[in-house]
Design a protein around this ligand. Structure first.
Ligand SMILES: [Mn+2]
Length: 325
């Protein structure tokens, strides 16, 4: 009766698991707390359920990855007698009903998986839900969720910074690009019931702060191109720093210019680009529709991406980007 946790390696995924683990630690038959199996990866690594090896009677908890990309793997587990518990806010497609499948999926534009788990737990680990929500760039929702905690501006700022840093750590083409493998970062956070204590006491926080500062300085020096009246994009080189910082830099651009749509294209070592799109914060709509026009595109209304944009489709992308917003 093993517990297997499958989660996106970003802040929303990690903070969703952190809340569940703090509220429902795994108990082995002897009563000792047992280590669950963790299945995760870089942020864009979302077809994770197929990596699970589970026995009948095991429970698999899946956090912050699209059901649509994991449906077949989930059905296979369910048929083998495994229970699946699913929390997510990405496009799910058809959700089957099955006695061993429990689903908590909502696709609202400002409610991430951390807030779905928070609701499920009755707000029991609210501070971590706030961190995960800041990490997904849902600032207003995060501040609303933080109200009952009665935190001052400085502490709220630390929760926001921690969300941004954990989210930042998840971006990369492969785990080797990252400062911390997401499973290792989760294990580092796991002992801290209070995210403010983690930020104060754990050296991982400072390491993320330094990496973020250095990578962002490089990103900010790249040229911002404006192909339309409310459209900005930037192209970054095929370097580990660019692969790490891209998504977070896109969020920063989106916040600095809320009426603008933003695209960030990072060159891939093997040719073409990885693309992050942010809809204007003012409307939070259209990013998924734009990216789904390309073979490897997907995501949410407010934030979406394309895993591989061939170099020869660059012009088509820029035209669709200007057309789409
Ligand atoms: Mn999320």
């Amino acid at each position: 009766m093993a517990a297997i946790h499958v989660f996106n390696g970003d802040a929303d995924g990690i903070c969703s698991l952190q809340q569940l683990q703090l509220s429902e630690p795994c108990q082995s038959p002897s009563g000792a707390t047992s280590e669950p199996t963790l299945v995760t990866g870089v942020k864009r690594d979302i077809a994770l359920v197929r990596r699970v090896s589970a026995e009948p009677g095991d429970t698999v908890t899946v956090l912050d990855i699209s059901f649509d990309k994991n449906r077949d793997a989930c059905l296979e587990l369910l048929e083998r007698g495994v229970s699946v518990r699913y929390f997510d806010h990405h496009f799910p497609g058809d959700i089957p009903s099955h006695p061993r499948l429990s689903v908590h999926i909502e696709t609202l534009p400002d409610k991430g998986t951390s807030l779905l788990v928070d609701e499920y737990l009755g707000g029991a680990q609210r501070a971590w839900a706030v961190v995960g929500t800041f990490g997904d760039n849902f600032d207003e929702a995060a501040r609303r969720a933080a109200e009952p905690l009665g935190l001052g501006d400085a502490d709220l700022g630390v929760l926001r910074e921690l969300g941004i840093l954990i989210n930042y750590n998840s971006y990369g083409e492969r785990v080797e690009d990252l400062h911390f493998a997401p499973a290792a970062l989760f294990r580092t956070l796991a002992p801290y019931a209070d995210p403010l204590a983690f930020a104060r006491e754990d050296p991982a926080f400072e390491r993320l702060q330094n990496g973020y500062r250095d990578d962002m300085a490089l990103a900010r020096s790249a040229e911002l191109v404006q192909p339309g009246p409310k459209h900005s994009y930037v192209v970054l080189p095929a370097e580990p720093w660019a692969r790490r910082v891209g998504g977070v830099y896109a969020n920063e651009l989106a916040q600095a210019e809320p009426e603008h749509a933003h695209a960030l294209l990072t060159a891939r070592a093997d040719g073409g680009y990885v693309v992050s799109v942010r809809a204007p914060l003012a409307t939070r709509d259209g990013a998924d529709a734009l990216c789904r026009q390309f073979d490897t595109g997907g995501g949410r209304k407010a934030a979406a991406g394309i895993n591989l944009l061939p170099a020869e489709e660059m012009d088509r992308f820029i035209a669709a980007f200007v057309e789409g917003f």
